[in-house]
Design a protein around this ligand. Structure first.
Ligand SMILES: [Zn+2]
Length: 234
């Protein structure tokens, strides 16, 4: 019985530590700090990607502009259309050609306009990302400092609890303590649960006869399903 009682005392002290740990993990101080950190970790890659995109679009635009001037030049060949007609050439053939080329030029012009807009957007996105990165860099130092101070403010309280836990652990068999701590690491909490109507009160699994006997004698017994330590409700 003593083991379980000691474990229960340990757990109730441990719960205070867990509350502080969760408070710290969920604090705005930590969130600000880790968000800024995550942003800055990804920022260089993102900036590089945006720059590469803008470069690629610019190259495409250059190609398109070249295409436009090449075709435009071809159109100049039709300047002396009148002479060709006078010479007895088939006018419908030339007319059709000029029309086709003009259509192609129109469509390239539209593509150029769309691409120019995309480049402008990409550049704006890059600039705003750069601006944000610089701002977050400044914030990050501040957030890191604030978070550090916040953690330090909790330290005294946490250390007092840890000292208490150490004292309580001295009265618990090392192997039982080890099992408790590994459950704690697996984020199982509470680690000890009362037995209610022959079942684990946490998950409802029915206890075997031998488990019931062990609990009666106060030995640390685990639930077959959720692996929590079970104890007889007082
Ligand atoms: Zn259970």
């Amino acid at each position: 019985m003593a083991q379980i009682e000691q474990l229960l005392k340990y757990q109730s002290e441990d719960e205070k530590l867990l509350r502080l740990e969760r408070e710290t993990a969920n604090s705005d101080e930590r969130k600000n700090y880790s968000q800024a950190k995550a942003f800055l970790t990804k920022a260089p890659e993102k900036l590089e990607g945006l720059e590469a995109k803008a470069n690629e679009l610019t190259k495409l635009l250059e190609q398109l502009n070249k295409q436009y001037s090449d075709i435009y030049e071809t159109l100049q060949d039709f300047e002396n259309l009148d002479e060709l007609i006078d010479g007895g050439a088939d006018i419908s053939f030339y007319k059709k050609n000029v029309l086709q080329i003009t259509e192609r030029l129109k469509s390239i012009k539209a593509e150029v306009a769309a691409l120019t807009k995309s480049i402008k957007d990409a550049d704006e996105e890059y600039q705003s990302m750069k601006k944000k990165t610089i701002a977050v860099q400044k914030q990050y130092a501040e957030y890191a400092e604030t978070y550090k101070a916040y953690k330090e403010s909790k330290l005294a309280e946490m250390n007092a609890i840890k000292a208490q836990l150490e004292k309580l652990a001295a009265g618990i068999a090392p192997d039982v303590m080890q099992r408790y701590l590994s459950k704690r690491n697996e984020r199982i909490f509470p680690i000890l649960c009362a037995v209610s109507n022959g079942r684990c009160s946490k998950c409802g699994t029915e206890l075997s006869l031998s488990a019931k006997e062990k609990i009666e004698s106060g030995q640390p017994t685990e639930c077959d399903n959720c692996h929590r330590f079970l104890y007889k409700e007082q």
